[in-house]
Design a protein around this ligand. Sequence first.
Ligand code: MG
Length: 376
Amino acid sequence: MEGADASASHKYAKELQVGVRVVQMACSLCQKLQKGSVGPSPDHVISKDDDSPVTVADWSVQAMISWMLSESFGRENVSIVAEEDAQTLSDDSATSLLASVVATVNETLAMAPRFGLKGPTKPLGGSEILDAINCCNSTGGPVGRHWVLDPVDGTLGFVRGDQYAVALALIENGQVVVGVLGCPNYSSKRKLVNNSSVRSDLWQEGCVMYTSKGSGQAWMQPLIQGHGSLEWPNSASVIRVSSIDNPVMATFCEPVEKTNSNHSYSAGIAHRVGLRKQPLRVYSMVKYAAIARGDAEIYMKFAKAGYKEKIWDHAAGVVIVEEAGGVVTDAGGRPLDFSKGVYLEGLDRGIVACSGVNLHEKIIGAVYASWDSSHL
Ligand SMILES: [Mg+2]
């Protein structure tokens, strides 16, 4: 595609190319785990200190992407802010868990040439894999380049065979400049529908979306199938936000879980703005993907008091929606600030992503009008 060729000559061409390829590899890894063809059962879940789930997929993707980025750009040049650490995996009682991660990562790295990348000359050992996970301990900030990774966003969606995402972004001097979002259960050919149980024959039809800041375009590739290989950039097509700006016609997305998101407040805003459709409740950053692709027009998330949004849950999705023609701000209408470290510090009440300025202004207006009566 012409557009993808244009992006390949962009300032961030190499970062984008490597980023897309490692996310393709990560999606392949997750699909294999989900089908049970490698590793333990995908629903083998360990609870973290904050009660959120983590699986072999989370650690394996983080280790694999960390290793590949270091290999591609030089370990000394790579700073990664990522969700997982290897503390649980390093425990003496976690030997079989670590063995599963090691096997999964090595099986995926062995496929690197199919994705146009160079893997290790011999399989990595446990300590190298723990090291690859642990070196993703950057805290980001306003200066320099930092990769931002959520290895499996929406782990619960992954465990349930529903939507989840692999999210990789590059932040340069506080700005998100590259975003890559792998959506293994989001068919590149089918619209997202509510309460769908994902059929296993659609798994191969997932997609990877990507962009670089200022390119004015975002792209989507299907996941690499079976024994195929990645045709870069010819397999990509341009994606664009929806042109619907009438609230009556608009679809809005929100998180499935109520833990970190206030559904009743969103419902109130939806009512004020005149949205008629039931909310599309979707796990993970696939919500951003749905806006970028034009499957939905609005994504609203109002966090409960005390919850702090992390940069890896938003960076890739935000830049993809923006370059696809959409608008993303906090609920006060200000841009999200990715320069303050691991958290989106100073975030005003919540996050509003829209396909266009008209809907966005209406939502922000409704937030201001309704705030006093909310129960956040
Ligand atoms: Mg995660």
